[in-house]
Ligand binder design. Structure first.
Ligand code: 0PR
Length: 384
């Protein structure tokens, strides 16, 4: 019901707090399976100060638009590209949809098909449905990376693009992007890399000495990359990123908005009115932490995941789905459903819907949280 009379701010706030009291919070240390985290306090400050900026009308907020371009170029540079074309968008879903849309519009085939790994995020299902693109699923190898030979076998005259994943949603696996890139070049088909999660992990992990294959614009077949600052970038939701190698991809998805303050402008994003503050927060966080700052965040997360994986292996009745590649550790247990239920009952924010439990070592996850989780897990599995 729409209330007739207003109430005091304090009263409204009180009610809201009580209504959301059963939300899990990141600082409780109970959320172990999410790819989001508590945003960095500096990013929160930026959002507060620049809350009114709308990148949907860049003629009004010319400076913010410039900052968004700089943020895009900083992300491009992290991905080994000097100048990139793209946007800070609402998340990995929008980023993936925009990439598929660009590939489809440029391909101009009657019955467009997209080849993607069986491990791809469900955002591609939305993309396929909305854009009228048939999804052709490629098989996985035993190590859960995509089978490149199967990808090749599925290429047809209708193929508009290939998707590779750098940090799969369930297991954090990085596909063999170098081979996918070679394949894409051989057949003249664009390759999109979904690094929504891995984009803010892999460059730093590689610098720390972890052996992870190349995944970015260094590989010539890679034409677009999804990289989400609202995951490991510690920027508040919504902040996704899509970067294209060339301008033609952005041009292919731009729609004329003829009446805005900036005159005739072209808009490539799905959302019209969109938060400038979050794009500014991406810029500010990158400037504030720098490569070294993010590398430190990733170092902690990677070390924690290796330690956690080793601890899991010591519990009988628990097994790793595969050795972790990034800061995601996924495991199964005997009587998984019962174990999941019991863990949830004890207040753990996890799920086992994929047939295993996924733990993501986000910046808010600390060793003491994991120790408490392991203690519960040991007890529960012993009885299960
Ligand atoms: N690509 C990959 C590889 C992803 O893992 C995700 C999200 C996306 C694209 C889509 O990104 P947006 O959700 O930003 O549009 N993967 C997370 C997942 O499914 C999303 C998520 C985040 C789910 C936090 C739960 C949660 O608490 O696990």
């Amino acid at each position: 019901m729409f209330p007739k009379n207003g109430e005091d701010e304090e009263e409204v706030l009180e009610e809201l707090r009580s209504k959301t009291a059963d939300d899990l919070t990141f600082d409780s240390g109970r959320i172990l399976g999410s790819m989001c985290t508590y945003p960095h306090p500096f990013a929160v400050k930026i959002i507060e100060e620049f809350l009114d900026r709308n990148l949907g009308d860049p003629g009004l907020h010319v400076g913010s638009q410039r900052v968004e371009r700089e943020a895009v170029n900083m992300l491009a540079s992290l991905l080994s590209l000097e100048k990139g074309y793209g946007h800070i968008v609402s998340g990995g879903t929008e980023a993936n949809i925009l990439a598929v849309r660009a590939f489809r519009n440029l391909a101009r085939v009657e019955k467009p098909e997209l080849i993607l790994p069986e491990s791809a995020h469900f955002s591609f299902i939305k993309a396929g449905e909305m854009l009228g693109v048939k999804l052709v699923w490629a098989e996985l190898n035993d190590d859960y990376s995509v089978n490149v030979r199967d990808v090749e076998e599925k290429i047809t005259d209708n193929t508009i693009g290939i998707v590779g994943i750098a940090g799969t949603t369930g297991l954090g696996v990085v596909d063999d992007i170098p081979s996918l890139s070679d394949l894409a070049l051989d057949y003249g088909i664009p390759l999109h890399v979904d690094a929504a999660f891995g984009g803010f992990v892999i460059p730093f992990a590689k610098d720390l000495g972890y052996e992870i294959p190349d995944f970015d614009f260094r590989l010539k077949g890679v034409k677009s990359v999804t990289i989400d600052p609202h995951k490991m970038g510690m920027v508040p939701i919504p902040a996704g990123g899509v970067i294209f190698r060339e301008r033609k991809y952005i041009d292919a998805i731009s729609v004329l908005a003829p009446y805005l303050a900036g005159g005739k402008i072209w808009q490539a994003t799905i959302t019209g009115t969109r938060p400038g503050a979050n794009a500014l927060a991406v810029w500010a966080m990158i400037k504030h932490l720098g490569f070294e700052g993010y590398r430190e965040v990733v170092r902690r997360a990677m070390e924690l995941s290796r330690w956690f994986a080793a601890e899991l292996k010591r519990i009988s009745g628990v097994y790793l789905i595969r050795e972790p590649v990034l800061n995601i550790v996924s495991f199964g247990t005997r009587n998984l459903e019962t174990v999941e239920e019991e863990l949830k009952e004890r207040g753990w924010g996890i799920s086992a819907h994929r047939g295993y439990i996924r733990i993501v070592m986000m910046p808010h996850v600390r060793r003491e949280h994991l120790e408490a989780f392991l203690k519960d897990l040991r007890e529960i599995v012993r009885k299960a």
